[in-house]
Design a protein around this ligand. Structure first.
Ligand code: GAL
Length: 846
């Protein structure tokens, strides 16, 4: 017995030693986060776990690691984890522990931004809607009921992480946690209570004793020892609020989010790389791409107003999990160049000097003799030549050159050595299960959702109710229904003129049905004002207004109180006599949600599906169902909803989100080509004006079976589901790149000049790599070394072109997954002396 206990003790000690050996001590000082006594230069990227599937996570994390990230940042999504008070969910896409463990397995760190307010274009900023109904609650201020719930949830998460030993202090990957989110942007609206709330948040977080530092973003008054961090398109000018804190950037927006009705934002990688390099140039040591993979707002998780289902964000990894080129590749080179400077960067503060107007050098020089320099041209128009340490350097406008030895340039943010990869969607008909696509139309079945009140839990109330208060966001839908008697002689029946129904609503969509027929509809971000001409009949008339939310607000002071739904007034006017009656304070009947939602039509299992033809189309409020085979291959799958109106869709019972292909992007602000030079703003670079904001909706492969899949749509507006098609995302049909002799050799071949002799001089290299491992370069569509013109898809030879260009590139590349071609006259000969030449190539993989 005694012996047994002794062995147990010894084992325990060994175990403790193992833990102590793997546990990391994370602290910080004025330069950086310090891990086990060593300052770190860290590059981080956001991946929000519920915006993809657990099946996608390993690859997303691996692609992040390959792209040069050290840290994965994620918010924690309270509304997903506690959908009902004290009923927790950590399964599936919400399996936070699994996600964090996968990041650890890949050897990366985690920054866990608990919030629990997260903003994030997530429904209600990540708050569960039940919180709104806690008696006496006021969000994000010094309010006891709120603080109690915030503390409970934060503790729950920290305890879970501790239990699983996920903090670095326990040997896990989490090196940093965040409390609150950008409260400093809006705290003045909360008056004096904001101050005490922030103090309380900090001390509550600290009391949880994670053993790793905490940060607060955009919080200039973050109390000690919370690190206040910066969010924005640029953070080089940011300084933390104490000399003892490092300069950290928690959100470098890699693009921007999309809204229904908006054109698609994108951020050129030259500018993104410039922003990153400027940050490390000016003393930063941690930056995070928000987003590195944006993903998809499945189900009803998108925030509001009107955030789209896609959360692609123009991130380095696209919505579907494919690397976006040249963004991903160019940033990878940048990360390597920054890491070459790490020893100098962590050793000291930079010495910043001016090299002329808009020209700046930062030098990190250590006592032991290592030296790294960043040279910036922040001018937006002209390239410049500067002299630095007696040598001459050319700096393109709006660019930074990185010199890991203070002499030789390893990287310039404006010179891209990574190929552009075209991605296209290949469409195919939704092949019905076991049938041919010709029979397709007949394979649909449907159920009509009743117009107006149909559920037994409908209730009567005088006046117009606020939507969130009424539905608790259990559904997007709320019916406001009224029945009224019109006497034969009333003005509203005037011959030859129609009555006008006037509706005012907070949004986001409203449909007006008169006597069961759709009379009009409208949508808007904040306020909808509609005047709908209607036909009334003598006697009883019904007015059924369906108000629909498209994501609850997630940002701004008191965003939780913005509200939704029909605010009124709702009036009836005679267009002839001008007289009107106000219906707002009448007794309305209310129905929360649709009948089909209650009866579970989303799964497709009901026995009520009607398969009689003809299939009703272009009519509002119809549930549709079909079964289909999965598209062959392994490419990512999307459904193209062109032909339908607006609604929600489910594949095998899983909600793929709200679809709305008839929401057309404003025809305003798009540019043919966006000049990366000059400060970026969310609306600087827009495309897709005048086209549907989103036609394609991601269906994760893991949700599909080879055959017998069910697709259910709730079409609210009216459309033709038989027009729906699949689209699979193809990559590699075309890889394009132009590398000039003035470009730099790959960062991997960079060597400090003490070691360079003529023999080892390195040249720029044009590298191609097929995106999919099973592909090889199958053809070179264009190659010219000289002065080629045009861009991908339209390259042409210039006056000067080596006649051997095509054969050399073909020989080096065809049949291989990847190839490198040196861009030099050694290889191609010199077709025009004294001219700086480029090699342009378009290749394809198959
Ligand atoms: C920030 C916020 C993020 C996200 C971002 C825009 O203000 O912290 O959560 O909403 O804006 O994508």
């Amino acid at each position: 017995m005694f012996k047994g206990r002794k062995t147990e003790m010894v084992l325990l000690v060994i175990l403790q030693l193992i833990v102590a050996a793997t546990a990391a001590n994370v602290t910080y000082d004025h330069r950086a986060l310090v891990i086990d006594g060593k300052r770190k230069i860290l590059i981080s990227g956001s991946i929000h776990y519920p915006r993809s599937t657990p099946e996608m996570w390993p690859e997303l994390i691996q692609k992040s690691k390959d792209g040069g990230l050290d840290v994965i940042e994620t918010y924690v999504f309270w509304s997903g984890h506690e959908p009902e008070k004290t009923k927790y969910n950590f399964e599936g896409r919400y399996d936070l522990v699994k996600f964090v463990k996968l990041v650890a397995k890949a050897g990366l760190y985690v920054h866990l931004r608990i919030g629990p307010y997260v903003c994030a274009e997530w429904n209600y900023g990540g708050f569960p809607v039940w919180l709104h109904f806690v008696p006496g609650i006021k969000f994000r201020t010094d309010n006891e009921p709120f603080k109690e719930e915030m503390q409970k949830f934060t503790t729950k998460i920290v305890d879970l992480m501790k239990q699983e030993k996920l903090y670095a202090s326990q040997g896990g990957p989490i090196i940093l946690s965040q409390i609150e989110n950008e409260y400093g942007n809006i705290d003045s609206a909360y008056g004096a209570a904001a101050k005490s709330y922030i103090k309380w948040s900090a001390s509550m977080a600290l009391s949880l004793d994670t053993g790793v530092p905490w940060n607060m973003c955009q919080q200039a008054d973050a109390p000690e020892p919370m690190i206040n961090t910066c969010n924005g398109f640029y953070c080089d000018q940011f300084t933390p609020n104490s000399k003892n804190k490092p300069k950290m950037w928690t959100e470098n927006w890699s693009g921007w989010f999309l809204g229904f009705g908006d054109p698609s934002p994108y951020r050129p990688v030259e500018d993104l790389a410039f922003a990153v390099a400027r940050f490390y140039q000016r003393g930063g040591t941690f930056q995070n791409y928000y987003m590195y993979h944006g993903g998809t707002n499945f189900d009803r998780t998108s925030g509001g107003p009107l955030i789209s289902t896609s959360y692609d964000y123009d991130a380095p990894i696209d919505e579907y999990g494919l690397v976006r080129q040249p963004k991903w590749g160019h940033l990878r080179e940048l990360h390597k160049a920054i890491k070459l400077c790490e020893d100098a960067l962590i050793a000291t503060d930079p010495t910043i000097t001016s090299l002329g107007s808009d020209l700046e050098a930062a030098v990190y020089k250590t006592e032991s003799g290592s030296c790294a320099a960043f040279l910036a041209n922040i001018g937006t128009k002209s390239d410049a030549t500067v002299t630095f340490n007696g040598k001459s350097y050319t700096l393109p406008a709006w660019s930074v050159s990185i010199l890991p030895d203070c002499k030789n340039v390893a990287f310039n943010t404006a010179k891209i050595n990574s190929a552009t990869e075209s991605t296209t969607f290949a469409h195919q008909a939704l092949k019905p299960d076991g049938g041919s696509s010709a029979e397709f139309g007949s394979q649909w079945s449907y159920i009509k959702e009743p117009i107006g009140i149909s559920k037994s839990d409908a209730f009567l109330k005088p006046g117009l109710l606020e939507q969130l208060d009424t539905t608790a966001d259990k559904s997007d839908y709320l019916w406001y229904s009224l029945s009224m008697d019109i006497k034969g002689d009333e003005t509203f029946l005037d011959e030859g003129s129609k009555a006008v129904l006037h509706i005012e609503s907070l949004g986001q969509v409203v449909y007006a049905f008169i006597n069961g027929k759709l009379a009009g509809s409208g949508n808007g971000k904040q306020k909808i004002s509609l005047d709908i001409p209607i036909n009334l009949v003598p006697g009883k008339n019904t007015i059924d207004l369906l108000s629909v939310t498209v994501g609850l607000a997630n940002y701004g002071a008191f965003f939780d109180l913005v509200g939704a739904g029909i605010t009124g007034p709702v009036t009836l006017k005679s267009s002839k006599s001008g007289s009107s009656i106000d219906l707002s304070s009448q007794k309305w009947t209310y129905q929360v949600g649709l009948k089909g939602e209650d009866t579970g039509l989303a799964t497709g299992d009901s026995s009520e599906w009607v398969s009689k033809s003809p299939l009703p189309t272009k009519q509002p409020l119809i549930w549709y169902k079909t079964t289909f085979d999965s598209p062959s291959g392994s490419e990512p799958v999307a459904i193209d909803f062109t032909g339908t109106g607006k609604g929600i869709a489910w594949v095998n019972g899983q909600s793929i989100g709200r679809y709305w292909p008839t929401s057309i992007a404003r025809n305003d602000g798009c540019v043919d080509s966006c000049d990366y030079r000059g400060a970026y703003r969310a609306n600087k670079c827009l495309k897709n004006c005048g086209k549907p904001s989103q036609t394609l909706y991601h269906v994760p492969r893991s949700w599909l079976k080879p055959s017998g899949n069910t697709l259910v749509l709730l079409e609210e507006m009216g459309g033709d589901p038989t027009q729906i098609s699949f689209a699979t995302k193809q990559t590699g049909q075309s890889l394009c790149l132009t590398v000039s002799q003035a470009h730099l050799p790959p960062v991997d071949t960079w060597t400090s000049d003490s070691k360079i002799s003529n023999r080892t001089k390195t040249y720029p290299v044009l590298s191609l790599r097929c995106p999919v491992s099973s592909q090889v370069i199958s053809s070179i569509k264009f190659a010219s070394f000289g002065t080629p013109k045009g861009s991908c898809g339209s390259f042409s030879k210039g006056r000067c072109s080596s006649s051997r260009s095509l054969s050399i590139v073909r020989k080096a590349c065809v049949g291989l997954r990847s190839c490198n071609v040196e861009v030099s006259t050694r290889v191609f000969g010199d077709p025009c002396r004294g001219v700086v030449k480029s090699l342009a190539v378009e290749a394809s993989c198959s």
